[in-house]
Write a protein that binds this ligand. Structure first.
Ligand code: SDX
Length: 429
């Protein structure tokens, strides 16, 4: 709390509200008493100026293009850490000691299998079902299996549900991929690290040994880290709102998966690669730039722009570097899609329309190029985003449930419908 206050004058009356400040970032005006004092609501569709909670997990400075997980810059974590170490950091607040990481890794590893009955869920889907439709359903169904970790009032159950969710989401996502290509499910292996295990469950087949390329595994691990958490984005806010009703953690994460699927959010990685493929060659870029600028054309540059970043998304910078590394390793460094992406970025960032609106590439602009080069179909891109973001959703959910100030989320509205009127019998209509 600061000694500063915010004054609001309505007509003849002036109301005063406390200003709260955090460690870094914008201060907030505490308007919890606004309705009681003034009989008015604030109006902020899209929550562009609203802090819905206080949190100590992730900090974003959109103007500087800065992203910190528990204070550590994302580029340092992407270069020096590992996804499971980042999971520990996001969940418990500090980087683990060697024995803590080993214990955490072992706990996650030993929960990677799913109940055998869950295999039957997949059989109910069409083979061409979108993996996100499958993942949304199967994650929600976890509540039907893990009754011993759905009581959110019990911190022990909250912890086991968290570990189960983080451990099983790669298995669930890999099974969705295998089902879509008509191959048998591949069980997780306890001798593989998190990223290698996911690659193995996706690309191994019973007919031959699958060799994991360490560079590809590192790129996969880095993609997981870059997508792990991102403050109060749409899907995280969905998880928090779902959790505020004391819904079980699996239902909350399923709600987050559903929200992430939207092309304006996590679905943008799939849409961005499809857009780059549709553009096809560098000479067609100007035509698409004009479409993106045309208010009468619904087309937007997918993977561009961000509600918070009004500078280069720091994750996109790391992702672009990783794309070059992976494509070079795989011998496709002159990948036409990467060439189109880099030329599109260059042209857009010199065009006043994008510069004036501070539209830069975001995390989704380059990620699809790496995932495509590794061998994933575009339909799996958002499922991989959901896999990565599960730890962030869980960390934010745990923080909210553990907050003594927790209340059910219940926004109000500006009503502009019809005022009260009496029912008229059909004979008089
Ligand atoms: C993610 O919130 C998070 O943190 C999300 C995320 C995470 O990690 O959780 O970072 C992940 O969702 C990244 C964003 C992925 N989405 C896309 O790449 C889809 C394309 N981008 C846009 O749809 C858009 O930029 C949003 C949705 C991301 C942000 O939209 P805002 O903040 O509501 O901004 P806006 O739509 O009001 O746009 C401001 C202006 C508008 O023009 P004007 O009305 O001022 O003339 O910029 C224009 C928009 O038309 N604009 C674009 C554009 N994005 C915004 N024009 C063309 N192409 C675009 N991509």
């Amino acid at each position: 709390m600061s000694d500063q206050t915010a004054k609001l004058t309505i007509g003849e009356e002036t109301f005063e509200f406390p200003v709260l400040n955090g460690t870094v970032g914008p201060d907030v005006i505490d308007i919890r008493s606004l309705y009681a004092k003034t009989g008015m609501f604030t109006y902020d569709p899209g929550f562009t100026s609203t802090a819905a909670c206080d949190s100590a997990i992730t900090y974003i400075d959109g103007d500087k293009g800065e992203l910190l997980y528990r204070g550590y810059p994302i580029d340092q974590l992407a270069e020096k850490s590992s996804f499971l170490e980042v999971c520990f950091l996001l969940l418990y607040g500090d980087l683990p000691k060697k024995n803590e990481l080993a214990d955490f890794s072992n706990r996650v590893t030993r929960h990677t299998m799913v109940h055998e009955q869950m295999h039957y869920f997949y059989r109910g889907f069409r083979r061409d079902a979108h993996p996100m439709a499958i993942v949304t359903g199967v994650v929600g169904a976890m509540a039907a299996f893990y009754h011993d970790s759905t009581d959110i009032s019990d911190p022990v159950q909250r912890e086991i549900a968290s570990i189960r969710m983080i451990a099983k989401i790669p298995t669930i996502a890999a099974m969705a991929y295998k089902y879509s290509v008509g191959q048998p499910f591949v069980y997780p292996r306890n001798d593989l690290d998190y990223a290698s295990n996911f690659l193995h469950m996706c690309f191994a087949v019973p007919a031959e040994e699958y060799k994991i390329d360490p560079v590809v595994a590192k790129a996969m691990d880095r993609i997981f880290t870059l997508h792990a958490d991102h403050e109060q984005n749409a899907s995280t806010s969905t998880v928090r709102l779902s959790g505020s009703s004391d819904a079980n953690p699996f239902a909350c994460i399923a709600a987050g998966v559903a929200c992430l699927w939207g092309p304006a959010h996590g679905g943008a990685n799939e849409a961005a690669l499809n857009m780059l493929r549709e553009i096809g060659t560098v000479d067609r870029i100007p035509e698409y730039i004009e479409k993106a600028k045309d208010k009468n054309d619904p087309f937007r540059l997918m993977g561009f722009g961000h509600r918070v970043y009004k500078n280069y998304d720091p994750r996109a910078a790391v992702m672009q570097e990783s794309a070059r590394e992976v494509l070079e390793l795989l011998g496709v460094e002159n990948n036409p899609t990467l060439q189109v992406a880099q030329e599109l970025e260059k042209i857009a960032l010199s065009d006043p329309y994008f510069v004036d609106r501070k539209l830069y590439p975001n995390v989704d602009f380059y990620s699809g190029i790496i995932l495509d080069a590794i061998g994933f179909p575009t339909s799996m891109f958002t499922a991989i985003f959901a896999l990565s973001r599960t730890v962030g959703w869980i960390a934010q959910w745990k923080e909210m449930i553990g907050d003594p100030q927790k209340k059910i989320g219940r926004p109000r509205q500006l009503y502009n419908g019809v005022a009260a009127r009496d029912y008229t019998p059909i004979s008089e209509r």
